[in-house]
Design a protein around this ligand. Structure first.
Ligand code: AMP
Ligand code: MG
Length: 330
């Protein structure tokens, strides 16, 4: 575990950041907290460094990686044709958990998997912002988990998945939201959400003042290469419990671990993993992925999770639960 370094998330020690930036500049990989989940990053402008990310995670080659920036100069360096109206909006929403697909410049950015576009985000977390600034490079970073596994919310989960395959892990405590950024593709008349995330559809509608469609809900909407893969899933079997009655019945039969709200858990006589109150979907989001890892470490072979209201961050919560259960219901 000698690749783990503690760092204050609010005011990161400049010396630690300099050391991490040196790793980035020599083509290495660094894992770090963000406001969404932990990411594993490399210099986005270094082909070989980016290939290392795919190897470390076991990620499919056709799944492009989000490029993280700390200022708008970097945005202009890697993208082209950005409309002024869109730039003004980005100046309001960034730093924040919103990734946007833009046309990329013809510079060899490997993590775009051959696409003419690139997903860009300015993270609202001191550690990656300072790391990008100190290295002077945009940093390509997917979530710091083994491909297919739940995204890490804690540095220890990064270590469990990637161990010493990553050169340095910056431990800045838990990531804030616990679900990934929202990925959007702006089009003439509408904004397409390719992946629901920490930035809510309602906020996007308010800020962009355009129609918002969620990919997969209409046959015309484009889909993201990454969304076709099984994702965010525990190794054990996880089923979605549609109703409270079905959940109670399954748990009473035994050998099933309930994952869900404190409200539902209080009606069961069996063991459960409590995610938080139904009234605080942010709390549910923060505890969701760690609960999948807890299920894997538990004595139970099957988990059952309840469904949540699809408002605000609830849209992302239900998207991840559907992926994790791959359609299996009680
Ligand atoms: P991750 O890197 O694991 O947080 O996932 C990033 C998500 O953004 C994946 O679903 C990718 O397929 C998607 N993505 C990244 N770049 C692009 C792009 N240029 N076009 C469409 N989707 C993208
Ligand atoms: Mg991921």
């Amino acid at each position: 575990m000698n690749n783990i370094r503690k760092v204050d998330p609010i005011s990161p020690d400049p010396e630690t950041i300099r050391e991490a930036a040196a790793v980035i500049l020599r083509g290495g990989t660094v894992a770090f907290p963000t406001e969404t989940v932990y990411g594993v990053g490399a210099n986005a402008l270094d082909d070989e460094a980016c290939r290392q990310i795919f190897r470390v995670k076991g990620r499919q080659q056709d799944n492009p990686i989000i490029v993280h920036i700390s200022d708008f100069e970097q945005l202009d360096y890697i993208t082209q044709g950005l409309k002024e109206s869109l730039r003004l909006i980005l100046e309001r929403v960034w730093p924040g958990p919103l990734s946007i697909i833009l046309d990329r410049k013809n510079i060899g950015i490997v993590p775009t998997a051959g696409l003419k576009t690139v997903a860009v985000r300015m993270p609202a977390h001191k550690v990656p912002l300072e790391l990008i600034r100190a290295s002077g490079k945009p940093i390509a970073a997917p979530s710091a988990n083994k491909s297919g596994s739940p995204s890490p919310v804690y540095a220890s989960e990064v270590y469990d998945d990637l161990n010493s395959r990553v050169d340095m892990i910056l431990d800045g405590g838990p990531a804030y939201f616990g679900v990934e950024s929202t990925v959007i593709m702006p089009r003439e008349e509408e904004i397409v959400i390719l992946r629901p995330g920490a930035f809510s559809a309602e906020e996007i509608r308010d800020i962009f003042k355009m129609k918002v469609v969620v990919s997969g809900e209409s046959s015309q909407a484009p889909i993201s290469p990454g969304m076709k893969y099984r994702h965010y899933a525990p190794e054990k079997e996880l089923k979605l419990g549609r109703t409270e009655e079905k959940i109670i019945e399954a748990c009473e039969k035994g050998n099933v671990l309930f994952i869900g709200s404190s409200e539902t858990a209080s009606k069961l006589n069996t063991e459960s993993i409590v995610l938080g109150s139904k009234r605080d979907l942010y709390e549910i989001a923060r505890n969701l992925f760690p609960s999948f890892r807890k299920l894997d470490k538990s004595k139970y072979s099957v988990g059952v999770i309840e469904s949540f209201e699809e408002r605000g961050i609830g849209l992302a919560i239900m998207n991840r639960i559907r992926k994790a259960t791959s359609g299996k219901e009680l």
